[in-house]
Design a protein around this ligand. Sequence first.
Ligand code: TRP
Length: 335
Amino acid sequence: MSKQRILTGITTSGTPHLGNYVGAIRPAVEASKNSDVESFYFLADYHALIKCNDPDAVHRSTLEIAASWIALGLDTDQAVFYRQSDIPQIPELMWLLNCMAAKGLMNRAHAYKAAVQDNETAGEDADFGVTMGLFSYPVLMAADILMFNAHQIPVGRDQIQHVEMARDIAQRFNHHYGEHFALPQALVDDDVPLLQGLDGRKMSKSYGNTIPLFLTEKKLKKYINKIKTNLLEPGEPKDADTSSVFQIWQAFATPEKIAEMREEFAKGIAWGEAKKQLFALVNAELAPARERYEALLNAPDEIEAILQAGAEKARAISQPLMDEVRRAVGIRPLA
Ligand code: TRP
């Protein structure tokens, strides 16, 4: 039996933060070392254009995300690491899938529905500010996935619906044109922590409450000191389970250290002291990668070469499959 294929995309519209690290990057880097599966990780730069119209921001984010993954030890020999826009077959496939995807299915996509809802609340026209990019985003994502016949798609909860849509579109295509695509499945890991941000809500770029992944030591310390706490004094027992400081600690510490810190909280550790220890812990894990990251940012040609090698491996799969599906739909030479 051929190996299971695992594939996931990272939208290049932002600077990686600690939440991305513990929720996606760290587990993916681990998984990239597993030779029992084939992993595909790609920079979803076409997806970035849906929410970001600033060319410099898209370009910068692509560089930062690629540098982060490589610096953190992604095994780019074992895994296929590429940039979406280097694979021309993806948008090509998207068109064929567009012609199979039901509009009614897209109407139900969360991101689109949320935009419509916001417009209605604001008394605007339902489709105000909604681009075709936003509307057909699940079809582009389906093309990303089906192009490589991926089986398992590690995603956050918010993306499960999109993977189900990809599956639905694949089924329709297969039913009409014959079996060409594997049916993908979302893989949601309940063990990876969902980090809280500086204000205690989920760490997210849209809340502006993130701790960027690669900061200087001085800045990392500053950010950690900004994590919201309560007014309990040193010596007063503190509730570990409702504390963002403890929650981030849990994402980085060994089980023994987690138990120790829980006890310190019960004994009333001062917030300043808990944050000092949290800084030391997080910094120790990230410091070696931070140096590689800085070096890579200054050597974009190295990153580009890695991405080009990845794209070549990816195209060795996408090109023949695209030829196959073009023929399947009736697009082929006349003679
Ligand atoms: N839309 C995903 C997100 O915002 C990123 C993404 C794009 C993706 N294409 C994908 C994830 C294909 C998994 C598979 O997180």
